[in-house]
Design a protein around this ligand. Structure first.
Ligand SMILES: [Zn+2]
Length: 395
């Protein structure tokens, strides 16, 4: 994306956000759901001074250090972020399979208790901790996923003290950009600007997208989704639905995240990727996914740095859930199961105000530590998490 395109996008995003504000505010109808502890955010103790927003990217799918920081040409943006932030080249992983290991990144618990594939976990997630402790509205906390209903399970747990009422808004890239959605656009045309008369179309779209959503998603979330759809629709008219090929699910999740960050400036924007797992069958497709995701993460970073509100108030964390085997398989792909260092350790990056700049921390840390630091940066303590603050993160 050119600078000019990006700039136009940001300017237009501001106009759309302003329109929402004039409609009474994003998520204004949620107050009835807010916890009633009587604490105000302003008096919340702790937190990293200056950090008001966190973008937390699970670069999942199994990504080795060898193809990331071992080959900086693949990841110019992540390398630049590390040069301005902190690189952890020895992050120990929770090798529980993709689903459990990725969930552990969000729960801070590596022994994912009672986890079945495609089910919610029992340990509270970063989203729930932040919403409950900081009394955040659902509109403050988002997760965009690369695809598949399985990944919507990361948005909240079944923990009795947390759960759905503290969950994140969830956008599935393939749910929003799904076939029905595009078919409808083809049938109704692609309006440049949404008019009142197009409300009917939006209602239809909302029903279409809603079918793919978790049954627990409440009406409020559906209303939020319809507002996002308005923006996404406009994005589609600029050709962003043309993301295809290796890594397109990840690309969509990252694009939706960038739009969210520019438009709504959430407290927490989570992203779950997965396309790197094409590595089982193709090393070259896997390398391509890494390069494309680096470029898309770079777009998010640029959006943050060019936004006067976000530039000096946003922290970004990026980490894989685990690596991959040391040696190629018989298909010239890479599996994950050999117990090698390439599998058990990954490289993660943290960037933000107050964090060290250009520091490489060679100590052992854990992938479950990242969410602990993200919570800490915003002033929350994840009660049941087993990680700890990332070592030597602060300047
Ligand atoms: Zn796999």
């Amino acid at each position: 994306m050119s600078f000019e395109t990006n700039r136009r996008g940001v300017l237009r995003a501001g106009a759309v956000a302003g329109a929402f504000a004039s409609l009474g505010g994003w998520g204004a109808a949620q107050d009835g759901q807010r916890p009633n502890s009587g604490r105000s955010v302003a008096t919340q103790p702790g937190g990293e001074p200056g950090i008001k927003h966190v973008i937390f990217i699970a670069m999942a799918g199994g990504v080795r250090t060898r193809e990331t920081f071992g080959m900086p040409g693949n990841i110019p943006n992540l390398q630049a972020m590390a040069d301005e932030g902190v690189l952890y080249p020895k992050m120990r992983t929770s090798n529980l399979g993709h689903f459990g290991a990725t969930m552990s990144i969000f729960t801070g618990v590596s022994e994912a208790r009672g986890i079945r594939d495609n089910a919610r976990g029992t340990d509270p997630t970063i989203f729930e901790y932040l919403r409950k402790e900081l009394e955040l509205k659902q509109s403050d906390v988002w997760v965009t996923t690369s695809g598949g209903p399985q990944q919507t399970n990361y948005s909240y747990s079944v923990h009795a003290d947390y759960g759905a009422k503290y969950g994140a808004n969830t956008l599935d890239g393939d749910g929003i950009f799904n076939k029905e959605f595009k078919d409808l656009l083809d049938a109704y045309g692609r309006p440049r600007v949404m008019e009142d008369s197009e409300q009917e179309l939006l209602d239809t779209l909302r029903k279409s997208v809603g079918r793919k959503q978790d049954a627990a998603v409440n009406r409020e979330a559906a209303e939020n989704a319809s507002k996002v759809e308005k923006y996404i629709l406009d994005e589609l008219t600029r050709g962003t639905s043309d993301l295809t090929g290796a890594g397109s699910g990840d690309g969509k999740a990252l694009r939706v995240a960038r739009n969210l960050v520019s438009l709504f400036k959430p407290k927490l924007t989570g992203v779950v990727l997965q396309n790197a797992d094409v590595a089982h069958g193709s090393f070259s497709a896997y390398s391509e996914v890494i390069r494309r995701n680096d470029a898309a993460i770079g777009e998010i970073w640029t959006a943050v740095k060019e936004d006067p509100v976000l530039a000096n108030s946003t922290a970004i964390f990026v980490l894989p859930e685990f690596g991959r085997d040391k040696d190629l398989n018989s298909r010239r792909g890479l599996d994950h199961g050999d117990g090698s260092e390439d599998l058990r350790y990954v490289s993660g990056v943290a960037w933000g105000p107050g964090f060290a700049k250009g520091r490489v921390v060679k100590d052992d840390v854990r992938t479950i530590d990242a969410m602990y630091s993200a919570c800490d940066a915003l002033g929350a303590k994840p009660e049941y998490a087993k990680g700890q603050k990332l070592k030597r993160l602060l300047a």
